[in-house]
Design a protein. Sequence first.
Length: 295
Amino acid sequence: MINICGSSIGCENMGRRMPAVAGAFYPSSADSLRMEIESCFQHRIGPGRLPKRVMGERKPPSLISPHAGYIYSGPVAAHSYLQLEDRMKPEVVVVLGPNHYGIGSPVSIYPEGEWITPLGSVKIDERLALRLAELSDIFTLDEVSHLREHSIEVQIPFLQYVLGDFKLLPICLLDQSLRICVEVGEKLAEALRGYKSFLLVASTDFTHYEPHEEARRKDWIALKKIEELDVRGLYEVIEEHNISICGYGAVAAVLEASKRLGARRAEVLKYANSGDITGDKSSVVGYASVKIELP
């Protein structure tokens, strides 16, 4: 059974991180997974078409994308990944997500090796991992934090479908405090200035298990702060309105890095929730797709 914001258990071994949620959050066979991703792009809540495969000259934008089971959040996520068509191919993709399990270190970088999905393997950018560890001791080079975590994993097949081969840097956030996540964003911006092209992805779901209208109201309060790249304001409204965004630290780090790299504003591409998919609007999880253009 696929959860709208749940988890499964996987394994990893010696720098070869195996899927934790294949067969639960998304199909476990390559053919079925490609079909599922294509159905997300073509869904009535999705963009309505498949992405073009031609790479262009514009830099990729930073993205915010949800991480529930594909049948629930995949069509919203597809809006984010459609933005990669006609863009430069990134030298590295940095995906930041929350640590749902409380396992491992406060800010964990998967250090080396490769991540496996049904669509194949993705190599870790070991150079960038080491550079970030040199820039700040808030980063830990740690595989354990990533052992069961789904928030980063579910982004990878979409990226493989659109980009083909790429290098990956997964960052799992157990400590999502404002101070820590601002520093993560600051150091990411510093480290990525040495790359001609890169992609930042923040993985998060929005309000959890509230009625449709209340979830939508709360989530748009947060999304307005995200549009303004207002990191401190985002934390303030999350606390004031009790908004249950699970990956707010990942969002904050990507907003901070993007601002430091010259971004001025974010754009919400699509907002929906699980009730829009299932028809049951009594208790939903919110999903948003956002892009942040970089100069």
